[in-house]
Design a protein around this ligand. Structure first.
Ligand SMILES: [Cu+2]
Length: 183
């Protein structure tokens, strides 16, 4: 009888452990699944535009350069920039006269405002970046080989007429992003 009780007790114990393991597995699986679901939903909302193309790659982040915003101390007001700025999507569109199109982008709040910029295909583009510091000290269009310092009054970046597509840009550390959506 004691033998019997022991066996039953042990069996119950292992059964319980088994159930817990299985539950834990499904819980983490479900969590991962819902996470990736919400990520792809977010991408859909912005037409796959915003940080989707860049993922969470921070490999170039903060090594050496200026140190400004990264790592936390920053320069007061700008310190919000690193680590992704506000995370908010701010949409904007260029103003075009058919020959050239332009838009002003504010950097003073630690992110690109706007950061999703709708651009007309086939028309040269003038981007007027405002002054930025710390994390936002530089603006980079890596696929065009452009890296501009914006600490002294900002910078005007001219791009040739672009084909339909998405062209990302970022701060020099690749921590804060924007994208040109050419259509
Ligand atoms: Cu930065």
């Amino acid at each position: 009888m004691t033998e019997q009780a022991y066996t039953t007790g042990a069996r119950t114990k292992y059964l319980l452990i088994g159930v817990i393991v299985v539950l834990a597995f499904f819980a983490s699986y479900g969590f991962a699944a819902s996470r990736s679901a919400s990520v792809s939903e977010a991408n859909l909302e912005t037409g796959g535009a915003y940080p989707a193309a860049y993922g969470t790659d921070t490999s170039l982040a903060c090594d050496g350069a200026e140190s400004g915003g990264c790592g936390g101390e920053g320069e007061g007001e700008e310190s919000g920039g690193c680590g992704g700025g506000s995370g908010a999507v701010v949409e904007g569109a260029t103003v075009s006269d058919g020959t050239v199109q332009s838009i002003a982008i504010d950097l003073s709040e630690g992110f690109f405002n706007p950061n999703v910029i709708y651009v007309e295909a086939g028309t040269p583009l003038v981007l007027e970046f405002g002054e930025g510091h710390g994390c936002m000290a530089e603006v980079m269009f890596s696929e065009f080989g452009i890296l501009e310092d914006v600490t002294d009054g900002g910078a005007v970046i001219e791009l040739p007429a672009l084909e339909i597509g998405e062209y990302g840009f970022s701060c020099g550390m690749e921590m804060v992003y924007g994208v040109l959506v050419v259509r």
